[in-house]
Design a protein around this ligand. Structure first.
Ligand SMILES: [Zn+2]
Length: 221
């Protein structure tokens, strides 16, 4: 397992954005696939993922922290509206051992399990990260996905509640399948988002993902 730095991904995302500007047709969605170096075998270099129907609702366990308690249900609701037919749904569960997604407050630990990390360096008030553990042949996602939402400053810092809320929704966006950052600052999936809810482009992107066949699937039964 090797970790990949986000800098590479941001560079690629910026390239895509420039291409979009040159295109006279405005696209309502953006590149969501995680671009990685190709490996021999079945793995692809453009990794796409969505939760299959038979894994819904996705089970999310949330550490009992004041900064998370209300934000995860809000985040689930914010993304659910992208889907007319229930293509994605999630619930908060009480057992972390069987959860599909584990959300913790605080900084992400070092490198013990992470293969690919998507994170947002937001305002000084808080930060978020999503860790995806992907098999070496790049076809399987090992669960759980781990999300970290880190209030980097004290609880009375100005703007902290808003930062925690939007960061949580951003990271849940990664967990549902947006494995890359938008190049547009008005999207919630921008690397350093400022908006508080998914934009129309974010929602359109999520919808597109769930209507295409992914090349990464959940490992195991
Ligand atoms: Zn991110």
């Amino acid at each position: 397992m090797t970790r990949r730095a986000l800098g590479t991904l941001l560079g690629l995302a910026a390239t895509t954005a420039c291409g979009d500007i040159a295109n006279p047709i405005r696209l309502d969605f953006y590149e969501w696939r995680l671009i990685v170096p190709a490996v021999p075998g079945p793995g692809n270099d453009s990794l796409s993922f969505h939760w299959p129907r038979n894994r819904l609702p996705v089970r999310i366990w949330v550490e009992d922290a004041a900064s998370l308690r209300d934000n995860i249900p809000t985040a689930i609701g914010a993304w659910r509206q992208a889907f007319l037919y229930g293509e994605f749904d999630a619930v908060v569960v009480s057992d972390s051992q069987t959860a599909d997604v584990v959300v913790r407050a605080g900084a992400a630990p070092g490198i013990e399990f992470s293969r690919m990390r998507l994170h947002s360096a937001l305002a000084p008030e808080c930060a978020g990260a999503t860790d995806l553990d992907i098999s070496d042949d790049q076809t399987q996602l090992e669960l759980p996905i781990r999300i970290y939402v880190d209030p980097r400053s004290g609880p009375t810092a100005p703007g902290l509640p808003e930062c925690l809320a939007l960061t949580t929704t951003h990271e849940v966006g990664h967990a549902l399948g947006i494995w890359r950052h938008s190049g547009v600052a008005t999207d919630l999936m921008f690397s350093d988002p400022a908006v508080t809810a998914p934009s129309a482009r974010d929602l359109e992107t999520a919808e597109v993902i769930y209507h295409l066949t992914p090349n990464v699937e959940v490992a195991g039964p």
